[in-house]
Write a protein that binds this ligand. Structure first.
Ligand SMILES: Cc1cc2nc3c(=O)[nH]c(=O)nc-3n(C[C@H](O)[C@H](O)[C@H](O)COP(=O)(O)OP(=O)(O)OC[C@H]3O[C@@H](n4cnc5c(N)ncnc54)[C@H](O)[C@@H]3O)c2cc1C
Length: 357
């Protein structure tokens, strides 16, 4: 059996590694060359860390910093309110995307994955026997085609799978700063129109990602940073360019059309505010390859739905806080006064993955 995977992001590379570990051939078609960078908060939840260990992926020390929970900081009412919760089990990992990409690529290559970089997927043709992908470097044929080509997947379109974007039109941007991490928590700083996600991603590096509703305008990183003077004061010099992504909340009609299967963000994505995209991508990769190997690929949409249900529900619930400042202030105050409730929410919602990992 041979899997053709479009997209050498975390989900696509994880699927290729899973395939090789199961004795299946895998080709990854990726338009970029070298380690791929992307706008991301770069916080890998404990379950994601467990998946990396299971897959034998060794992340480089220069690109990582562990974290042990999530801290909310809200200073919008004139008073600084801080709520924090640790993971029930395991440790999260702040991980620079280029470091993650490098590590996944190294493991994939060592296992014999055929990595075709600088190669653009252009179209596909599926028949009873398999799928042919046309690329900028010629055709590639496989038994199944996995579309792991991100939020605005072309594979999805070519397979005739419908997708709509929700009304919030949330967007994200990120930048890195040279500074020794001051915390072993991922910090979420709340303002009324934007959130800042601060993740330690190296011994001397902190990443800051901003999320906001694009209905309020395009947004500018320096303006957003100005909303958090205390945070801005802590940061050292900027060391990366600004990168953005969105809009999120892409609702996808189904995750499979015949022999074409969607994976990771391409399969549907709600929002980045729970920091689970990477862990979910790894979890999906394991399940999807397992189904292909056991001849049950048809079951993928139902499995995807079961796998992501809690996450989708929890993320939509949290989005209510981003939409309603009065509710958010009350909730953050409540969580600060009742840390057990935050722990419960983290480990039942976002941390559910963590507990299983
Ligand atoms: C601002 C922001 C903050 C986030 N914070 C976090 C966080 O803290 N923790 C977390 O876990 N997740 C976070 N996420 C989500 C996470 O980044 C995504 O869920 C994850 O990158 C999805 O991986 P993927 O492999 O599905 O897609 P991608 O990472 O988008 O990879 C898709 C790949 O496909 C390639 N590709 C696309 N089209 C083609 C084509 N036609 N031919 C060839 N190659 C192609 C692209 O070059 C790319 O390499 C965040 C996202 C954003 C935007």
């Amino acid at each position: 059996m041979r899997l053709v995977i479009v997209g050498g992001g975390p989900a696509g590379l994880a699927a290729a590694i899973e395939a090789r570990l199961a004795g299946v051939d895998a080709v990854v078609v990726e338009r970029c060359a070298g380690p791929v960078d992307k706008a991301c908060g770069e916080g890998l939840m404990p379950a994601g860390v467990s998946h990396l260990h299971r897959l034998g992926v060794e992340v480089p020390a220069w690109a990582t910093h562990p974290f042990r929970g999530v801290r909310y900081i809200d200073a919008t009412s004139g008073r600084r309110v801080v709520a924090e919760a640790g993971f029930g089990s395991g440790t999260g990992l702040g991980i620079r995307r280029t470091g993650l990409s490098e590590a996944l690529r190294a493991r994939a290559s060592a296992l014999g994955v055929e990595l075709r970089e600088r190669t653009e997927a252009l179209s596909l043709h599926a028949d009873d026997g398999g799928v042919t992908l046309e690329t900028s470097a010629g055709p590639v044929r496989g038994d199944y085609l996995v579309g792991a080509d991100g939020l605005h997947s072309q594979v999805r379109k070519w397979a005739g799978i419908g997708a709509v974007t929700g009304p919030r039109r949330r967007l994200g941007i990120r930048r890195h700063y040279t500074v020794r991490p001051w915390s072993d928590y991922v910090e979420v700083w709340w303002a009324d129109d934007v959130e800042a996600y601060v993740t330690p991603v190296g011994p001397e590096r902190v990443g800051v990602a901003f999320l906001w509703s694009g209905r309020r305008g395009r947004g500018d990183l320096e303006t957003f940073l100005g909303r958090f003077p205390e945070l801005a004061e802590r940061l050292g010099p900027a060391e990366s360019t600004v990168r953005g992504a969105g809009p999120f909340d892409v609702r996808v009609a189904t995750q499979a059309a015949g022999r074409v299967l969607l994976l990771g963000d391409a399969a549907g994505y709600v929002d980045a505010l729970t920091g689970e995209g990477l862990a979910l991508g790894f979890e999906q990769a394991q399940a999807l390859v397992g189904l292909c190997v056991s001849g049950k690929a048809k079951e993928w949409p139902a499995r995807w739905s079961a796998l992501t249900r809690r996450h989708r529900w929890f993320t939509r619930a949290l989005l209510q806080l981003a939409d309603r400042p009065w509710l958010r202030r009350a909730v953050v105050r409540g969580l600060a006064a009742n840390p057990w409730a935050f722990r419960l929410a983290l480990n039942q919602g976002a941390g559910r993955l963590a507990l299983r990992g």
